[in-house]
Ligand binder design. Sequence first.
Ligand SMILES: Cc1cc2nc3c(=O)[nH]c(=O)nc-3n(C[C@H](O)[C@H](O)[C@H](O)COP(=O)(O)O)c2cc1C
Length: 379
Amino acid sequence: MGGFSYANKPQPSSSLPPKRVVDYVTIYDFLRPLIFSLEPEFAHRLTIRSLLIGGRWFRHVEQDDPKLAVSAMGLRFSNPLGMAAGFDKDGEVPDSILDLGFGFTEIGTVTPLPQMGNPRPRVFRLPGNRALINRLGFNNKGQEMLAARLTKRSKKEKNSLGSGVLGINIGANKNSSDRIRDYGTGARNLSHLADYLTINVSSPNTPNLRRLQSREALTDIIDQVSSAAPNVPLLVKIAPDLSDQDLENVAEVGLDSGLAGIIVSNTTLDRPPSLDKKYGREQGGLSGSPLFKKSTRILGKMYRLTKGQITLVGAGGVSSGEDVLEKVRAGASLIQLYTALVYEGPSLIKKIKHDLLHLLEREGFETITDALGTDDGKK
Ligand SMILES: Cc1cc2nc3c(=O)[nH]c(=O)nc-3n(C[C@H](O)[C@H](O)[C@H](O)COP(=O)(O)O)c2cc1C
């Protein structure tokens, strides 16, 4: 989508696309005031609808540069950028998302039974901070509906390049009598339709869910899920608000149980003083720029604790090629983002990949994987 302008100077020593000196002006820059005049959840619904109807129109059909390819968890990703969970909760548009240029997309969080989530309003924009606060509370249409939808998908052509990886993020129902069992149910219902499964125990919007990050609960959940889905890579998504002791516990459980990956991180309960006054005190999880430093610091700690034996997925406030490289250097093999797309629009993915290739060259890395963990211990 829209109007990229590149400087016209040839760059003789590089096979890369020319470095951009004029900033992007995209169609989204014109649409943003209109979109931001709408209630955030309504605007999100409209975005999903446009992807459903016109997904192919937004298509970004370039093959990714092989320098951006990542092999992790037994899967091949054509680039390290993924759509984070929460955008496509019910798996309505996975292929349109992949067609925007993502290397992978994560559907969910989806719970065994459908549920409404918390009362509205429950999503708030903080434009001065390039941030969002949400307290959606796992609103989703349930796993039966998702399985039916994805079964149809698997019979059709997938995304245009046929290369996108699809993860499914599973959670527990708010009123479940046995939340731990809900994760096993999710694995049974959906693992055959996923390239990987994420156990979400870090949403701040389901009361007490984060307690499932404790050593005992997490061990039980991983046991249940891995016996229901022995052949699918398993990831756990953690909160950025965990103490050092909690992080050590998660790392130990992960290493002992053969976890394939850890996503660092979900949204934070922190409320930095610099947040926009209007919605800065709303309850829920804060995402976007104010989360970047904290989530990257936790990522670095987790990288040291897991000694490179578990794939780490960095999420939290990523909005540029520089941000991606910083998370990769802190230990992330893969990256997810969500909030920055609300502010920058879908062409951000192409821009990040373009900038990343230039950054790799500038920093002397042959491929993205060469940069992995190169900041170990420094941050
Ligand atoms: C509106 C919204 C809904 C979200 N819903 C989920 C969800 O259902 N499951 C989940 O694991 N994470 C969810 N997240 C968290 C994101 O996946 C991501 O971890 C977090 O927002 C940090 O990335 P970002 O700063 O790039 O947005 C949600 C985030 C937002 C903004």
